[in-house]
Design a protein around this ligand. Sequence first.
Ligand code: OXD
Ligand code: MN
Length: 615
Amino acid sequence: MSIATANRDVPGISVRPENFNSSGVHGGIANVHVHQFVQQAVKLCVPDQVFWCNGSDYERNRLLADAVNEGVLIPLNPRKLPGCYLHRSNPNDVARTEQCTFICTTTEDDAGPTNNWMPPVTAKELLTPLFSGCMRGRTMFVVPFMMGPAGSPLTKVGVQITDSIYVAISMGIMTRMGDVALKQLGDSDSFTRCLHSVADCDPARRYICHFPQDNAVWSIGSGYGGNALLGKKCLALRLGSYMGRQQQWLAEHMLILGAKAPSGEKTYIAAAFPSACGKTNFAMLIPPEKDRKAGWEITTVGDDIAWMWVDKTTGTLRGINPENGYFGVLPGTNWQTNQNAMQSMSHDTIYTNVALLPDGDVWWEGKTKEPPAECIDWTGQVWTPAIAATTDRKAAHPNSRFTAPMTNNPALDPAANDPAGVPISGIVFGGRRSKTLPLVFQAFNWVHGVYIGATVGSETTAAAAGQVGVVRRDPMAMLPFLGYNIRDYLTHWFSMRKLMRDCPRIFHVNWFRKDASGKFIWPGYGENMRVLKWIIDRCHGRAYAVETPLGWMPQPQDLDLDGLDLTPDTFAALQSVSHEEFKSEILGQEELFLKLAGDLPKEMIFQRELLISLL
Ligand code: OXD
Ligand code: MN
């Protein structure tokens, strides 16, 4: 075995030096615990060579060139998309696979009724033979990474072993990767041990196993983002939520946006929506022209994950985005729906499973009104609109993605790198619901808000393998990302209230309500600013609302509907709540309550009783 790596002696230069001993110990990195972890992985996976990533620009260019030579990446037109590449995944590996995702805790009760569970010993017995020798003939990349800005109280370090060059490059975009992470770690043993191999990419041998009690993740058989970039869903959400409960903070599937009013007042809002329900669009919202002219500005702290803690001196909630990039859904994204996302992916971006145009540009459904006359689809076959009409084949996969550094975002919030985070004034929950739920309402208080978050329902999307379009309960949009028992998670949310002197206001939104003919009633996208302004005013104790059984609701005159082609009657329809439909909604929530039978936090039971008696 030879050891390939970054040369620590030449700043910013990655070469393959010989200064390593045969046990795989890296000459330039001092942390003995990292060494031991890598040695164990080398012994198990038997790679041909080991490549230690330092995160330099030189190294990144080198990895990109290698990936092109290996056919893993296809360079795109450098004039239209400088520094951009196309990656086509194995067609069996295009989304998160929840059925292969396990929480491996000593007791089943620790994982709870909403997770797949395996005892850690069983998981290791099952996965060790799969990892054994899986990197023969391959390069092992050692990817140190940091979730959160350097110096933040919540920032965590991980070290990911992977045999996928696509994963190593993507980790360089999505996290603060390389020496910066090792510097944050120092001599400490406190890092997440992440072991990953695409192996033979066979869904029958695909496992994403989390060991929260050991601070480790083992993932095998998939190269897909959520299964393979282990800093994201695995560390920042599943292990993060577990740590958050132990250490009294929250790891949530939430965007954080900043809103600057014409007066200069800045308000930060966190929002949780299930996968592919518009978190990236909301985080990058461009206000309607009249608001922009008036001086409103929306900025992005994060588009997918928020880590939040209570500041002891002020007793208020603060949040950071642990990520460093965006892994956003492409279909439907265009210059009208999300200009900031389009700018973010205009250079130095990896496109996964999109169509390739003859001029080296890319295309996906919804990028332009008219489809291209011809392109190569995400599976590498010729695609034309005529073929699509007869076969129903999409040019881009419905879960095609862009991976772009957050610094590409023209609306990046100035505090996105601030270790002290930002103050969170409001929390918004939402789902994709064609019926039943109104455009917006506000919870009466924290406990009611937690109940609303816990009972979020949403129609399923292509972000996870499985049937699309059925309503499933997705508490806090965290169902696929909880690292422990949901009973304890809800109790933890209720108990956070006790740490706060002034807690964020909580809201529920539904951008996706449809009329009888199946058309969306609310225009969405930038027009969501109108709802956001009401939310911000409510957070600061300003706007009016009426009390309803669901919570506080704006009347048409309480929302700025000026210039919108929406009559007061249509607004009333958007906000209407049918008692009959709502009774079915409460029955739909039963699914969650039954799962937790006998184990529900009492706040959930009382809130439900109160809601039923109000109807
Ligand atoms: C994601 C997801 O990729 O939620 O962010 O699936
Ligand atoms: Mn997500």
